[in-house]
Ligand binder design. Structure first.
Ligand SMILES: Nc1ncnc2c1ncn2[C@@H]1O[C@H](COP(=O)(O)OP(=O)(O)OP(=O)(O)O)[C@@H](O)[C@H]1O
Length: 324
């Protein structure tokens, strides 16, 4: 069992960097109203759709200490609830009268308080990121927490069999779709106790603004990057771009002062996106095919008029503004 507790004040504060667009504001308002009414909220969606960032942003908005747990197949119930961790031993020897030796031994059971127990007891906001990466049986303990407001403790700690959940306790969950590798199917009973909000790919404006904020690129340059990523992804069935890859490319553009029409920009884009195309596609795609496609996509984004016939749909790029 390893303990890692971050209170709000210790958690990296990304609220200043957190981008809020009209689309996100509506989502935030809804989610906050559910949480304030006492319902757990669950964000489900593909990788890079901003679930974790949103969960922590909301947790901060609730203005209570935050308790993060990261789902993992190695996690056991001891990690989240706590449990016995051996004994402490005290030996008293009294030899005050030299001909009399008194000896007294005490054994006391040691107990580690798990993160969920601490959150329930102190009324913290639990952020359980990627909870379906933990074995479903580990998460069973949440059923009575979310329904009856009671956390059952394993074994008996100084006569304590359960913890009554503090009224300030709130829970936010995130998960990837169930078809993702390394993800377990969550039990219906648990899902039934939370409000699940599906997060799909972000809208163009949100993605551009996040890319700009996270990379430090100007928004018109971030627009080029996001459109290159989206249009390239659109050319290969089953491959969707992620926010994270746009940020990666944008950071490289900024740090290396890359020019969009340079061969290096094309190489960087291919390195960041190429292997994912092959992985998602199932079949290896030859590098020459990827290079040709990338060159055409970049040319199309930089100069929409020069776009070739077979180019994927031109999605909303315009210097100096957004097309939503
Ligand atoms: N609203 C936002 N403002 C600023 N940055 C954001 C915002 N949403 C997402 N990001 C950034 O986008 C990237 C991907 O977001 P995040 O890690 O939250 O996605 P995720 O859906 O949790 O992905 P995964 O399922 O892979 O964990 C991160 O760098 C994150 O900081």
């Amino acid at each position: 069992m390893n303990q890692r507790i971050l209170l709000t004040s210790q958690f990296p504060d990304i609220s200043g960097d957190f981008v809020i667009t009209e689309h996100l504001q509506k989502l935030i308002d809804r989610a906050l109203s559910y949480l304030k009414a006492g319902f757990p909220v669950h964000f489900q969606g593909p990788s890079g759709t901003g679930k974790t960032a949103l969960a922590f942003y909301l947790a901060r908005r609730l203005d209570r200490p935050v308790m993060p747990i990261h789902g993992d197949s190695e996690l056991d119930s001891g990690d989240i609830v706590g449990g016995p961790s051996g004994y402490s031993h005290t030996l008293y020897i009294d030899n005050f009268v030299h001909s009399v030796l008194k000896r007294k031994e005490e054994w006391e059971r040691q107990w580690i308080v798990g993160r969920l127990t601490m959150a329930c007891r102190e009324g913290m906001t639990l952020v359980y990121d990627e909870f379906t990466r933990s074995h479903p049986e580990v998460n069973n303990v949440l059923l009575s927490v979310l329904e009856e407001g009671v956390l059952q403790l394993p074994g008996v700690k100084a006569g304590e069999k359960y913890v009554r959940v503090h009224p300030g306790f709130r829970a936010i969950f995130t998960s990837n779709p169930e078809e993702y590798a390394g993800v377990y199917k969550s039990q219906d009973a648990l899902r039934d106790r939370m409000i699940t909000i599906e997060l799909g790919q972000m809208d163009l404006e949100t993605e551009i603004r996040i890319t700009a904020r996270r990379s430090g690129l100007a928004e018109d340059q971030a627009t080029v990057v996001v459109n290159v990523v989206r249009n390239f992804a659109g050319a290969f069935p089953g491959f969707t771009s992620t926010q994270r890859r746009s940020i990666m490319i944008a950071k490289l553009v900024r740090e290396q002062a890359l020019s969009f029409d340079s061969p290096l920009f094309q190489e960087v884009c291919l390195d960041v996106l190429g292997s994912e195309v092959t992985r998602k596609n199932g079949n290896p795609v030859p590098r020459e095919v990827l290079e040709k496609k990338m060159a055409a996509v970049i040319a199309g984004v930089l100069s929409p008029e020069g776009r070739q016939e077979d180019e994927p749909s031109y999605r909303g790029f315009r210097f100096g503004g957004f097309i939503k």
